[in-house]
Design a protein around this ligand. Structure first.
Ligand code: SAH
Length: 234
């Protein structure tokens, strides 16, 4: 099995890259900015980690960069499974805590309002399938499952919150649905594993909380991802 992780920020990916001693394949996606790290090929087992790369002197985040990286990775690497892993916001009143790691049981967009009819609404929200064994992985690693909703902004606007509440969203990120969208087109299964950096129902600033907790949440995420890889590639 060949697993390809798509991870937005270098800070989110670094503890995982360090744990597996994967090597950067420089220029693998040139001229695209996404970066490839790979294990030495073992018969029947392979791990690739793709980060989104940088532009404007910052790590790329968000749906566009995630879509580009996912399509490039699928076309170049032909993985059997894509895993989008990274940080997210969540709600304390729904049981979340900083650093808690979840596996997605569903994924959709929360900021694509497309007036028209039900079909346009359905396409806007997306609701893409996640890998059928996601729940089993969560159970085996004692992780909770939840619905990821994706938008292009770190902040939470009231109109997005209406959709998130209506649709039962629990984990808010900026890449998950974009990765799942590309995987749905390419027919590649996708699993999402997310670690909470900030609580959307806390009074503290999202950005400050995100920055304060990024390191801890990414370390915890790497521990979980080591177990996921152990489980799937053993
Ligand atoms: N300005 C930030 C950039 C991080 S953007 C910085 O200074 O580092 C946030 C990244 O973390 C995105 O990749 C997104 O997927 C994830 N994320 C964490 N918390 C989020 C939240 N509350 N809402 C949306 N995305 C969040």
């Amino acid at each position: 099995m060949h697993i390809c992780y798509i991870i937005a920020m270098q800070a989110e990916a670094q503890p995982f890259i360090d744990a597996f001693h994967v090597k950067e394949q420089e220029g693998a996606f040139a001229p695209l900015p996404c970066r490839l790290y790979q294990t030495e090929a073992e018969v029947g087992k392979k791990l690739s980690i793709v980060t989104l790369g940088r532009q404007h002197d910052r790590d790329l985040v968000g749906c566009e960069a995630a879509s580009v990286a996912t399509l490039a990775a699928i076309e170049k690497l032909h993985p059997d499974l894509v895993i989008n892993s990274g940080t997210c916001g969540a709600w304390a009143r729904k049981g979340a805590d900083i650093g808690k790691v979840y596996v997605a049981d569903s994924v959709m967009f929360h900021d694509r309002r497309v007036p028209g009819d039900d079909a346009w609404d359905t396409q806007g929200l997306g609701n893409y399938p996640v890998w059928e064994h996601s729940g089993e992985v969560a159970r085996k690693l004692s992780l909770e499952t939840g619905k990821v909703t994706t938008g292009s902004s770190l902040d939470l606007q009231p109109c997005d919150e209406v959709i998130i509440e209506r649709e039962g969203g629990e984990l808010k990120d900026m890449e998950g649905a974009a990765v799942a969208f590309v995987c749905s087109l390419a027919g590649v299964p996708v699993m999402l594993i997310k670690s909470v950096t900030d609580l959307c129902d806390a009074s503290a600033s999202t950005l400050e909380t995100f920055q304060k907790n990024l390191y801890q949440a990414s370390e915890h995420l790497a521990e979980v991802n080591r177990k996921v890889v152990g489980l799937l590639l053993s």
